[in-house]
Design a protein around this ligand. Structure first.
Ligand code: 13P
Length: 257
């Protein structure tokens, strides 16, 4: 069975000191509440400059949380000023890396070809890619959101084998619901996650479809997480703004209580 994944994307917030405090507070809050980390996986995506501090904290205090980078280079090393190799992320203990977040797609012009190259780079370095997909408001209004989002998925997984796809994480983040307070309803999240899973079943078979974890992201809060997580094809959430508050993020992770 798929282990729920509650992930916090800090985006460009929290310097390395603030990041340590936030992570410590989040974990302490969960431990105080006797949170079952074995049942629900908790992960954070801090800025690159925080990762060494996060590694020291997590390894030093043996914290039961995973972490990852918000992006990586398609290349492994070399003359790529400003870019970060997946090898460096792996060396800092990262388990995951976000790929193709809508803010990378819109602000940095990253298309599906770049997302594919980054997913392949992540896999070369033993990182689990969290591939972000989702439609803009215009596409949603045109009613072509399912086809659009499935296209983003197939552009990447079309190049991957079934065993790889089974271990992938895909986050459905409708762009119109990110940071807007506008939440896609649980039924919208379920509609898309079911479509994504069935597309994987058709292209890569049952094992890949049943293993793949699908997250919803976009204005997730403690107040709306339970209804979203109750949907059968939603295996977790990718939380932006609400992950910057330790108490709120801990309450999101405790969606079952
Ligand atoms: P918000 O939770 O702030 O809407 O952000 C969602 C997101 O983009 C997570 O990656």
């Amino acid at each position: 069975l798929r282990r729920p994944l509650i992930a916090g994307n800090w985006k460009m917030n929290m310097d390395h000191r603030q990041g340590i405090t936030l992570l410590q507070k989040t974990v302490w809050t969960l431990q105080d509440a006797n949170f079952t980390f074995d049942r629900v996986e908790v992960a954070v995506f801090p800025p690159f400059t925080d990762l060494r501090g996060v590694q020291t904290l997590v390894a030093g205090d043996d914290l039961p949380v995973a972490y990852g980078g918000q992006d990586l280079s398609p290349a492994d090393e070399g003359a790529y000023t400003g870019d970060i190799s997946g090898a460096f992320l792996k060396a800092l203990g990262c388990e995951f890396v976000l790929v193709g977040h809508s803010e990378r797609r819109t602000l940095h012009g990253e298309g599906d070809d770049v997302a594919l190259a980054k997913v392949q780079a992540a896999l070369r370095h033993g990182l689990v890619p969290v591939l972000c997909v989702g439609e803009s408001l215009e596409v949603r209004q045109a009613g072509t959101h399912v086809a659009h989002t499935l296209g983003q998925l197939s552009a990447v997984i079309g190049q991957l084998d079934a065993a790889t796809v089974a271990n992938l994480v895909v986050a459905y983040e409708p762009v119109w619901a990110i940071g807007t307070g506008e939440v896609a309803g649980p039924a919208d999240a379920q509609e898309m996650c079911a479509a994504l899973r069935e597309a994987v079943r058709a292209s890569h078979g049952d094992e890949a479809a049943e293993g793949l974890r699908l997250l919803y992201g976009g204005s997730v809060k403690a107040a709306n997480v339970a209804a979203i997580m109750a949907e059968v094809d939603v295996d977790g959430v990718l939380v932006g703004g609400a992950s910057l508050d330790a108490g709120e993020f801990a309450n999101i992770a405790r969606f079952e209580q």
